[in-house]
Design a protein around this ligand. Structure first.
Ligand code: UDP
Length: 364
């Protein structure tokens, strides 16, 4: 069986790494990787291929830095050409980016079965590009690999009825009802596979001269925050007001927003650094006192590491983390962010994990 994997953005490299490894271990499976080029900087792409041992992409489309429609359209055209040439048995797409949607559209129009990893997530906010990307991809897919029961339930509510507990997708007839299966989270597989390697190899805590549990870790990159100057300003005001060291790896989109808006980030406690590799990020997360983020992946990683999380969005797809009391969703409101950080000091435990997703998603 030939599988074409389509990836293009940082979180997709992490989601795909354990699955590519599992595919490579299967004699009967061949993987062809298309990198759309959506993320292209060395610290947003190359470092992940290197650290996570992902095979070099067979195709790199180099498509980025354009509007959503242009980017998705260009990808669709190129991916279609490659799919016609490669004629795979399955197309594998991950998550919720323009690369995911372009891959799914190209495949469904060629009648090539699609498997969607991280299916069924919903924020119920259709203004988010991630939301319409994932809804449309789910409705093109033949196998929907869900990471949680909440995701399965979302799909049930959208009319998916073929929900199974035993994942045997390889015998699934792609022209029958789409198959929905909860396989767990491949990002959790990645955490399990790479945490110990990170402990051995990463020296970021020493490099930054920070002490475990004596700093906050922050990331911001969602368009809802970076493209709305008031939101970005409000978040930065909160960071400046919080009286704790904050390590802030700055995403390229956020860097551009800061340059364009000339927002001040002068403060000895707020340390802006370039985006870090996955191994360094695992160390920064585990050792943080709390994580402030609008990232989907980092909300989960905070939870898996037992670190309190303050989510800088109005909603989350990862409702389990909130229900467990580990994550508080505050949006971009300055006062709410500061309050949330202050109450974390008083109420949230900083160690111990109360519930986990099961590892093993990559085997399914
Ligand atoms: N990440 C990283 N370096 C960084 C920021 C994030 O390795 O400087 C990792 C993080 O640990 C998580 C993933 O990237 O595994 C999350 O990606 P991102 O926040 O870009 O996207 P989202 O999860 O919001 O889709």
């Amino acid at each position: 069986m030939k599988i074409v994997t389509i990836i293009g953005a940082r979180p997709q490299f992490i989601k795909a790494a354990p699955v590519s490894r599992a595919i490579a271990e299967h004699n009967s499976l061949t993987e062809v990787i298309i990198h759309t080029g959506q993320h292209f900087d060395a610290d947003m792409s190359d470092v992940f291929f290197k650290e996570l041992n992902i095979p070099k992409p067979d195709y790199n489309l180099g498509i980025n830095s354009a509007s959503h429609g242009v980017m998705t359209g260009r990808m669709l055209k190129k991916i279609e050409e490659i799919l016609i040439k490669e004629n795979p048995d399955y197309v594998l797409v991950y998550g919720d980016t323009n690369s995911t949607l372009a891959g799914a559209l190209a495949a469904v129009k060629l009648h090539i079965p699609i498997a969607h990893v991280e299916a069924g997530l919903r924020s119920f906010n259709r203004k988010m590009p991630e939301e319409h990307n994932r809804v449309l991809t789910d409705h093109c897919a033949d196998i929907l690999f869900c990471p949680t029961e909440a995701a399965v339930n979302n799909l049930k509510n959208e009319g998916f009825t073929n929900i199974v507990t035993n994942p045997s997708p390889l015998i699934h007839n792609p022209y029958s009802l789409p198959l929905v299966v909860n396989v767990g989270d491949t990002m959790y597989d990645a955490v399990l596979q790479f945490s110990e390697i990170a402990q051995r190899r990463s020296i970021i805590i020493e490099d930054l001269k920070i002490k475990p549990k004596e700093y906050l870790l922050a990331t911001v990159h969602r368009p809802y925050n970076t493209d709305i100057p008031e939101n970005m300003k409000s978040i930065l005001d909160a960071f400046l007001e919080i009286d704790e060291p904050i390590i802030f790896p700055v995403h390229p989109r956020t860097k551009q927003c800061l340059i364009n808006s000339k927002l001040s980030i002068q403060n000895s406690k707020l340390r802006c650094i370039p985006p870090v590799g996955y191994l360094d990020m695992l160390m920064l997360e585990q050792n943080a006192k709390a994580i402030l983020t609008d990232s989907g992946g980092m909300q989960k990683e905070a939870y898996w590491f037992g670190v309190p999380c303050v989510t800088l969005r109005e909603e989350t797809e990862w409702v389990e983390t909130v229900e467990a009391g580990w994550n508080v969703v505050v949006g971009a409101d300055r006062a709410k962010i500061v309050d949330a950080v202050n109450s974390i000091k008083l109420t949230c435990p900083t160690t111990g994990i109360i519930w986990r997703w099961t590892g093993g998603a990559e085997d399914a």
